[in-house]
Structures are given as structure tokens and as C-alpha cells.
Design a binder for this molecule. Sequence first.
Ligand SMILES: *[C@@H]1O[C@H](CO)[C@@H](O)[C@H](O)[C@H]1NC(C)=O
Ligand SMILES: *[C@@H]1O[C@H](CO)[C@@H](O)[C@H](O)[C@H]1NC(C)=O
Ligand SMILES: *[C@@H]1O[C@H](CO)[C@@H](O)[C@H](O)[C@H]1NC(C)=O
Length: 249
Amino acid sequence: MEESVNFVNGYGKVNPSDDETTSVTGQAPPSNRRKAIAVIVTVGFFFVIVAAIIGATVVHHPRNKPSESQSSSVKTNNSIKAVCAVTPHPESCFTDISSIDSDNAVDPEIIFNLTLRLAVNELANISSLPKILISRSNDLRTGSALRDCATLFDDALSQLRQSVEAMRVGSGGGEKVVLTEGKLADLKTWISAAMTDQETCVDGLEEMGSTAVDEVKRRVQRSKEYMSNSLAILANIETLLDKFGLHLH
Ligand SMILES: *[C@@H]1O[C@H](CO)[C@@H](O)[C@H](O)[C@H]1NC(C)=O
Ligand SMILES: *[C@@H]1O[C@H](CO)[C@@H](O)[C@H](O)[C@H]1NC(C)=O
Ligand SMILES: *[C@@H]1O[C@H](CO)[C@@H](O)[C@H](O)[C@H]1NC(C)=O
């Protein structure tokens, strides 16, 4: 306060030249004191604005949007890579998960859940394949093997749907980790059973010398891959959770 008063007085002393210029334009010369105060108020206001801008820049710089999303993308990419590394198909595992939901893929449990979702979607997509092939085939022996396949495909799909149910977070659940020892064992059993169903179908067609075998093999390839990735993640889940500072319940 004292300083600003001194400043006003000091300013007043150098002001007469200013006064003269104003007089030339013919306007009523304001008192030096009022002019000085007006200048100080203006300068002070200017400093407040500059300080606010600098403050805002300094505070906001470290967490501006691009760098935040960049680093979270690095983080989820690394999480997906770490989990996919234990699977038989690490590259396609990474690409497939990134393509459906890379933003949320932050821990092994969620990443497992995503491979499971890929598997169940793919299996649902091919579930009508045996029936379509039956309608096209007039070979009785192939027809009988394909009817077995239809049953096996339905069973595989219901095994995976059961697994999806087990992974659903309870409506009241604030629990972060949904996997328990018991669920882990069930999931391994169900997903293995679904894989076995598909293999049994292909084996049956091969035994019958069915011409449909190549098409079925080709069409089950992706779901087979998703299921084997899912099983590999489950087989390594404790080591993986450990890496992320999590553990099984
Ligand atoms: C993360 O992976 C996705 C999908 O491959 C890619 O588009 C993105 O550039 C990656 N982000 C970083 C930061 O590497
Ligand atoms: C389902 O399978 C068909 C091939 O019959 C394919 O063209 C389509 O992209 C698949 N859809 C999904 C969602 O995978
Ligand atoms: C797994 O995915 C399903 C949707 O497919 C979702 O309802 C469930 O909450 C997810 N569970 C976890 C643990 O991420």
C-alpha cells in the first residue's frame, strides 16, 4: 500500500510534460493525481491479466488433452501387449483387441473379457453354418456328420455364453476383480469344452470324408484362435495380475 502511494507521488513529478500535450488538444487537463491513478489502475489490471494467463498456462500445460490421451494410449497398448504376449497369436490378439475397445483395456481381466467377447461373437456368427451346409448337401453321410456339428456348435455357443455371464460385473458390485479361483476353473472348463466341440465337429467331417470339411475348418479358424487366446490368458492369469499389481480373489 505504502509503495503504491509513493509510486503515485513519484509519477506525479514527471507528469507536467504530459499535461502540456493534453492542453494543446484543447481538452480540460485532468489533475496529475487522477491521471496517475488511472494509469496505475490500468497497468495493475494489465498485470493481473498477464499473471492469470501465465498461471493458467503453467497450471494447465502438464495435463493438456493430447499428451493425456497419448500417454493413456501408450499405457493401454502396453497392457494389451503384455497380456497378448502369453497367447499363441500375440499380434492378432493385439490387433483384434485394439479394434474393439482399446480405451478400457487396462488390466488382464478386462483384456481376457475382450478376447471372450470376440470368441462368442464369432461363434454366434458361425453357429448356423452346419445347418446351411446340411441344406446344401445331398450326401447322407456328410448330412449325419453335419447334424452332429449343429449340436456341437450349439453346445459351444452355450458354453461361451455361460462364460460371458460369469464375467458380468454384479449390479451392486464395486469389486474391481470379478475373477475368483472358482470362476477361473469354470471358465477354463467351459472354454475348453467349446474348443473341443469344434474339434469334434471337424474330426467327424474328416472321418466321413465330407467335402464340407475344408469350409468348416476355414470358418472355425478365427473362433478357435480367440478361444485359444482366452485360455492362454487364463492359464497365466495369476502371473499377469501380479504384473499389474492385482491378485485373484
Ligand atoms: C496404440 O495402438 C493403436 C492400434 O494399433 C495405434 O493406432 C496407436 O497409434 C497406438 N498408440 C501408441 C501411443 O502407440
Ligand atoms: C460373420 O460371417 C460373415 C461370413 O459368413 C462375415 O462376412 C461377417 O463379417 C461376419 N460378421 C462378424 C460380425 O464377424
Ligand atoms: C465383460 O464384458 C461384458 C460385455 O461383454 C460386460 O457386461 C462385463 O461387465 C465385462 N466384465 C468385466 C469384468 O470387464
